[in-house]
Design a protein around this ligand. Structure first.
Ligand SMILES: Nc1ncnc2c1ncn2[C@@H]1O[C@H](COP(=O)(O)OP(=O)(O)OP(=O)(O)O)[C@@H](O)[C@H]1O
Ligand SMILES: [Mg+2]
Length: 251
């Protein structure tokens, strides 16, 4: 049965300015975006058009200079910083453009980190992290440190870390940028699976071939939306499943 998914993310006239005077840059300019639960959005556009800035704002890592950002019906300025940290830890998985792995932790420890906030015991956390790494063919690198991995391997670790606790929202900044086509395929199939379970994905890519995975493709230009095309109607988006990371029996 088709459902009418609820609005999850709403940006209204969001502007992000960096610097002042001669150094002033508008990374986002009067940006309007409404995201329904279960959308898989791909964001494209030239370097510097504001894609990463947009993900940072949606992921509560940065705040707009002006405009409104409402997340799950709540205006974000009204969310306390403690609550924001909690939402980031449990509900949002971010795959950063530059990976952001912690250099003095092993691969396994990096991937298990988001589970710290989910109430799992340590052995359970490491087991889940190990299972997730296995999905990305990285089980034999568990005890390596990030610096001992190739760029593509680091990227896969960063993706494993972002999805290990099954977040409802995944923000991915060029998650396949450093990958060969086989690894890119593995990553896209993982994201497809996560999406089919009713989760929401916003992904930046420069690769037009990947847009076949999306339900909506947005092209940005100079901090604004240039084109916005939905390839799947709202009624036909995957339905959300119950929130899996708080399953009682797993704690
Ligand atoms: N911390 C910052 N301080 C000053 N300017 C910034 C900062 N972050 C981003 N900008 C500027 O905002 C604009 C948008 O940057 P952003 O990183 O969002 O672009 P992008 O679309 O992600 O580019 P790319 O495809 O190269 O990753 C750029 O002109 C950039 O110089
Ligand atoms: Mg960027």
């Amino acid at each position: 049965m088709p459902t009418n998914p609820a609005t999850l993310i709403k940006l209204k006239s969001v502007t992000k300015r960096f610097g002042y005077g001669d150094a002033e840059t508008y990374a986002l300019h009067n940006f309007d975006l409404t995201v329904k639960r279960g959308e898989f959005i791909m964001i494209m556009g030239p370097s510097g058009c504001g894609k990463t800035t947009l993900l940072n704002i949606i992921g509560l890592l940065d705040t707009p200079t002006s405009g409104k950002y409402t997340l799950n019906g709540k205006p974000t300025p009204k969310i306390s910083s403690k609550k924001k940290a909690n939402i980031r830890a449990k509900k949002i998985g971010i795959i950063f453009q530059n990976f952001n792995l912690i250099s003095n932790l092993t691969v396994l420890e990096n991937v298990s980190l988001p589970l710290l906030y989910s109430g799992f015991k340590k052995t359970r956390r490491l087991k889940k992290a190990s299972e997730t790494l296995d999905r990305f063919h990285l089980k034999n690198r568990e005890y390596f440190f990030p610096a001992q991995l190739s760029g593509g391997q680091q990227q896969r670790v960063a993706i494993a870390r972002a999805i290990v606790n099954s977040p409802e929202i995944i923000l991915a900044d060029e998650p396949t940028g450093n990958l060969d086509s086989r690894s890119a395929h593995i990553v896209m199939e993982e994201l497809k699976q996560i999406h089919s379970e009713g989760n929401t994905i916003i992904m930046v890519t420069h690769n037009p071939e990947l847009t076949t995975y999306a339900t909506r493709v947005i092209n940005m230009l100079d901090g604004e939306i240039d084109t916005d095309i939905k390839t799947v109607s709202d009624q036909n988006l995957p339905q959300p499943v119950s929130i899996r990371f708080v399953k009682k029996e797993e704690q």
